[in-house]
Design a protein around this ligand. Sequence first.
Ligand code: FES
Length: 209
Amino acid sequence: MRRERAAAERTRAPFGWSVAMAISSAASENANLNSAVDETRRDFIFVAAGAAATVGLSYAAWPFIDQMNPSADTRALATTDIDLTQIGEGQEITVRAAGKSAFVRHRTQREIEAAEHDDFAHLKDPASDASRLAQKNGAPGRTAYLIVWSACTHLGCIPLFAEGEFGGWRCPCHGSVYDTSGRIRSGPAPKNLFVAPYVYTGANAVRIG
Ligand code: FES
C-alpha cells in the first residue's frame, strides 16, 4: 500500500510541473501577443501622428504656396494691348507681354516681298511667311505686322534690326542672322525667332500673350 502511494506521488509531481509549465508558456504567449498588439498600436499611433503632421503642415504651407500664385494684377499683365497706330511703317517697338519681350514690327512693302520670296529658299527651320503671321486663334495675320519674341534662339541675346545680309535682324552675340520674317538664315541659332501668340482685337489693335 505504501509502495502504491509513493508511486502515485511520483506520478503527481510531473503533472504539477507540467501545469506550471503550461501556465508559464501561456503567460509567455500572452506577453508576446500583448507585445505584438502594443507594437501594432504604437505603429498606428505613429502613422496617425505622421498623417496629422502632414495635414497640419499642408494647412500651414498653403498660405505660403498661395502667395506664390500670380496676383490678379500680374495675370492681367500676361497680355498686352498695343495700339498699332503708334508704329509707323518701317518701325518696330519692343513690348513686354507674358513676362517676355516681343518685337512688333510694321514691315515695309519691300520687307514683305523679301519675306514671301524667301518662302522657297533653303531654310534651316522651314516656315512660310504666312504661317508666321497667323494669329493664335488660327486666323490669318496681316502681312504688315510681324510679332515675334525678341530672344535669339541660340542663347537668348536680343538681335538688332537692319543688320545682316537678309534685311532682318542680326544677333550681336554670335552672329545669327534672321530675315524679315524672323527666320534663321545663318549663324548658330537653330530655330526661327518664335512667333508670339496674339490676336487682333480691332482695326488698329492687337493683344499679345
Ligand atoms: S545668342 Fe544670338 S547668336 Fe548667340
